[in-house]
Design a protein around this ligand. Structure first.
Ligand SMILES: O=P(O)(O)OC[C@H](O)CO
Ligand SMILES: [Mg+2]
Length: 242
């Protein structure tokens, strides 16, 4: 069996792409917040005698709030009972109470510190709007300080949410110099985010929740169980030292 060192050397000799810039999704990728959305949406739906399942979750996750609210109402047949605006209002106080307690997902700090130490510019591109971003990140300031910039869902340049490429292209343009999409690697947990990265012409690594059906993995260049499994040299990035 090849040693880890030999595997790294082989990957470095023939990388999947020559990545120079990295763009991270936030919810469900850096921060463990997706469970909060699920919990709150299950509660709201239970009131109508319905069950929130992972095929609906797959359609909503990664999207801007207004877009996912519309999907929720349509897919659950709640037209006439609940408007998307009422849904957003109902879930807001519950989410606000939960967001500040969110934790980082496994492998996040190790990867971000490694890329930062090696001078790889990083950005965050999240469907979250400014107010939710502030609540989610209040206990994770150090990690976000290592990002060159953050693009949020309510940014004027983000006309449409994921799967539109808007947010990743805006994130790319805000790096120094003239960066090509083919040099950008996106990390995502959501099917809509993977599609957005591909629509932007970028490479995409998916770190999905294990409950998401494998049929939603398509489009990803690589699927990992956790960021702990990411091997930078496979993408032309400096390898971990240990
Ligand atoms: O996954 P993100 O970071 O784009 O966030 C999107 C929503 O706020 C949550 O699904
Ligand atoms: Mg996400």
């Amino acid at each position: 069996m090849a040693s880890a060192v030999a595997e790294e050397a082989a990957a470095a000799a023939q990388p999947r792409a020559a990545i120079s810039h990295v763009i991270f999704d936030m919810d469900g990728l850096l921060l463990d917040t997706e469970g909060f959305y699920t919990e709150v949406q299950e509660k709201i739906l239970a009131r109508y005698g319905k069950v929130f399942d992972w095929s609906l979750k797959a359609k909503m996750m990664g999207k801007k709030a207004a877009e996912s609210a519309r999907i929720f109402v349509d897919e659950c047949g709640l037209d006439g009972l609940l408007t998307p605006e009422q849904f957003l209002e109902e879930r807001e106080s519950m989410l606000q109470a939960l967001f500040p307690s969110c934790t980082k997902l496994p492998g996040v700090l190790r990867l971000i510190h490694h890329l930062h130490a090696n001078g790889i510019p990083m950005a965050v591109a999240t469907g979250s709007h400014k107010r939710h971003f502030a609540l989610k990140t209040q206990n994770h300031q150090e990690m976000f300080s290592l990002m060159h910039h953050v693009v949020m869902g309510d940014d004027p340049e983000v006309k449409a949410g994921k799967p539109s490429p808007d947010i990743f292209l805006a994130a790319m343009r805000r790096f120094e110099g003239n960066v090509e999409p083919s040099k950008c690697l996106v990390f995502e947990d959501a099917p809509s985010g993977i599609a957005a990265a591909r629509n932007a012409g970028m490479s995409a690594v998916m770190v999905p929740d294990p409950r998401l059906d494998v049929s939603y993995h398509k489009g990803a260049d690589q699927v990992l169980n956790s960021l702990l499994d990411f091997k930078p040299s496979e993408w032309g990035l400096p390898p971990f030292k240990e």
